[in-house]
Design a protein around this ligand. Structure first.
Ligand code: ATP
Ligand code: PYR
Ligand code: K
Ligand code: MG
Length: 580
């Protein structure tokens, strides 16, 4: 009960293109329910000619690969044979394939969520990636968090990945002498200075981390704290002290970013002089490499050069373990060099907090849409971050506008959404995650229903022959899955590349990604629609499928008759089959 397409490419095979499938239609691939409830596929002329065109390149053994059955990868995957986290398993059993969440969720870990039980609650609540922000807390503090997440993964079977976010070398305030925040009132005069104030900190004083601050500012400049959450006007300079009058009152938080505006535009000359990765950042990066984090997010990226530099640094230092580099788009320069930066990176983040301080706020939504679209085109995972549920730092329910903002990011099919203050220091971190999860699942379902009669938009295939084969296979597999209303796509992938190509197609069904290493499994946790499993492989596709089916059936995660489309990066083939 299976059909397979194989792409055998002898060294000098002529390039072939797959026929473009016509728009989705119920009659193209009729699905007939047989008495035994299994489904069979009637091959239409277009599919059969497609099969014919490709089967002429098949091995004589036809559609069953006579590979080295029995050759198992050296990795052992524990007594159960397959690793998947308890939450995904429960979700699959309870709601079936269709309602699994496709958009991934990232939580910034801070004082509100750093305990083991709190981290576990977030993992149970759907956290795919834990972010630690090196702007705040000591390395020891972060190390403890990493250790706890690891323990959670080991003991409870989660695959929560860790993202380390660098501080970057923009100017920011110092801490507030131990206070969690400081309130400013309209018209108050505050002093910003490079002086390190002792404790207790004199009233209305703020330390600034940048030595040239007093030289750079001019009377009349506007000083924005945290992207405009609080605003001041510079009124007087006295030596190293800069006196400012509060024009938009609010709450100052430790280490908050500072930006200067003059005559309506950002003063950015100074930023251009600063390195993207500061000396402190390099030490943090060494720490991240030593700790084996999965992602390093680089703040205030200006060009592709710094990403390339960091990637070769990691390659030389990380001894084979791969760390993905995420470029944070949060400056004017990052928008100018968008395409080259994304191309050089392993993913991008729309860091709307600082971005909104560097470009007019009303330009943030279109920048977000551009970045998300470009990342999708270039097949790089993209994260939408900051203020998604900002009011939930203080209140147990989000505003309608926040729910609409989350919905928009889900509708744009960003790979992941990120909580910042909501989970780091808010009063309702678990509730914020629950809101993110329920809104996400609801909007995804609605959007699938809305789009179900539209033609599937598939990614362009690259110009490199070697790459284009996998891309064509994944495009076809995704299209077949949508047309046949398959229950799931299965992908067997050692590096994760083929899984990301399927994710890029944003198919209607979830993608079960089987991989041999825990690190790839964790990294895939950032990508849209992927449910990553760890499994040891045979070289033989049928053996892998049979093994997977029996393991997943035994755990109640799939059942006989489910329609599965399977691809693999070891064999260039697509298999269409019902679970026996
Ligand atoms: N490790 C930590 N220790 C203490 N407070 C933290 C920590 N991580 C985050 N926070 C608090 O949560 C807030 C929001 O976190 P977030 O990571 O968004 O930081 P941010 O200061 O806005 O910087 P960024 O632009 O890098 O996001 C911070 O301003 C800080 O008050
Ligand atoms: C996430 C982040 O760095 C920002 O929004 O500025
Ligand atoms: K940061
Ligand atoms: Mg930022």
């Amino acid at each position: 009960m299976s059909q397979s397409l194989q792409f055998i490419t002898p060294s000098r095979a002529p390039y072939f293109t797959l026929p473009k499938f016509p728009r989705r239609s119920c009659t193209l691939f009729p699905v007939i329910n047989l008495p035994n409830t299994k489904r069979s596929i009637t091959i239409t002329p277009s599919l059969s000619s497609f099969l014919h065109a490709t089967s002429s390149r098949s091995l004589p053994s036809g559609n069953s690969q006579t590979g080295a059955a029995g050759v198992v990868s050296a990795l052992s995957v524990g007594a159960t044979g397959i690793e998947v986290d308890a939450v995904t398993e429960a979700e699959l059993k309870e709601n079936g394939f269709r309602s699994t969440r496709r958009t991934k969720l990232i939580c910034t870990i801070g004082p509100a969520t750093c305990g083991f039980e709190q981290l576990e609650a977030l993992a149970v609540g759907g956290m795919n990636v834990a972010r630690i922000n090196m702007c705040h807390g000591s390395r020891e503090w972060h190390q403890t968090v990493i250790e706890r997440v690891r323990r959670l993964n080991d003991e409870k079977g989660f695959a929560v990945a860790i993202m380390m976010d660098t501080e970057g070398s923009e100017i920011h305030m110092g801490d507030l002498g131990g206070a969690a925040s400081a309130k400013t009132e309209d018209g108050e005069i505050w002093t910003f200075s490079v002086r390190a104030f002792g404790t207790p900190r004199p009233e209305r004083t703020i330390n600034v981390n940048y030595d040239g601050f007093a030289e750079d500012v001019k009377v009349g400049d506007e000083l924005l704290v945290d992207g405009g959450m609080v605003r001041f006007e510079v009124t007087e300079k006295i030596g190293p002290d800069v006196k400012c009058r509060c024009t938009d009152p609010g709450l100052l938080l430790p280490q908050a970013n500072l930006t200067l505006w003059r005559n309506g535009s950002l003063v950015s000359e100074r930023n251009a002089m600063l390195p993207t990765i500061s000396s402190k950042d390099w030490l943090d990066i060494d720490f991240g490499i030593a700790e084996g984090v999965d992602f390093i997010a680089i703040s205030f990226v200006k060009s592709a050069e710094v990403i390339n530099h960091l990637k070769s640094y990691i390659a030389a230092r990380a001894c084979g373990s791969e760390i993905a580099v995420i470029a944070k788009m949060e400056s004017v320069d990052s928008l100018k060099n968008l395409e080259e930066i994304i191309q050089a990176s392993d993913g991008a983040m729309v860091a709307r907090g600082d971005l909104g301080a560097q470009i007019p706020l009303e330009q943030v939504p279109s920048a977000q849409q551009n970045i998300v679209q470009l990342c999708r085109q270039l097949n790089k995972p993209v994260i939408v971050a900051s203020q998604l549920l900002e009011s939930m730092i203080e209140y147990p329910t989000p505003t309608r506008a926040e729910v609409a903002d989350v919905s928009e990011a889900v509708r744009q099919q960003a790979d992941a959404l990120m909580l910042s203050g909501e989970s780091a220091m808010g009063q309702y971190p678990e509730k914020a995650l629950a809101v993110l999860r329920s809104v996400t699942v609801r909007i995804e379902k609605w959007w699938r229903e809305e789009k179900c009669h539209e033609a599937m938009e598939l990614p362009d295939v690259g110009t490199l022959f070697a790459d284009s084969i996998s891309e064509e296979i994944c495009n076809s597999a995704a299209k077949i899955a949508n047309n046949l209303e398959a229950d799931a796509l299965f992908v067997y992938t050692k590096t994760g590349h083929m899984a990301s190509l399927l994710s890029q197609c944003r198919p209607d069904c979830p993608i079960f990604a089987f991989t041999t290493t825990t690190s790839v499994r964790r990294r895939l946790n950032l990508q849209w629609g992927l449910i990553p499993f760890r499994l040891s492989f045979y070289d033989d596709m049928d053996a892998n499928l049979n093994k997977t089916f029996s393991l997943l059936k035994a755990r109640g995660m799939i059942k006989s008759g489910d329609l599965v489309i399977a691809v693999s990066d070891m064999l260039q083939s697509i298999k269409v089959m019902n679970v026996p």
